[in-house]
Design a protein around this ligand. Structure first.
Ligand SMILES: [Zn+2]
Length: 89
């Protein structure tokens, strides 16, 4: 998990969240019923664990330190800067 990520979908920047697919309750249930399905379910959940955007839940978070990440952040900052420069009525 990294604290410096930017979302290519919604522009959110900050820490990404770790998403584990499936349900913990189903995992416990399968373990209690039979060993093998429980084990397979656990392996599936762990191998499909991924980082996602806390805002839009897409898996399009990229590190800000990457060239594309820097570009996105720069574009976002210039957007907010141009909004600030608008003259008051
Ligand atoms: Zn997002």
């Amino acid at each position: 998990m990294t604290n410096n990520s930017i979302c290519r979908t919604c522009g959110y920047h900050g820490p990404s969240e770790t998403v584990t697919p499936g349900s913990f309750l189903i995992e416990v249930f399968l373990w209690l019923c039979l060993m093998l399905p429980g084990m397979l379910y656990s392996v599936w959940r762990l191998t499909n664990r991924h980082q996602a955007c806390p805002s839009c839940h897409q898996t399009t978070m990229i590190p800000i330190a990457s060239p594309i990440g820097r570009q996105l952040l720069k574009a976002q900052r210039s957007e907010t800067a141009s909004e600030d420069q608008q003259p008051d009525p």
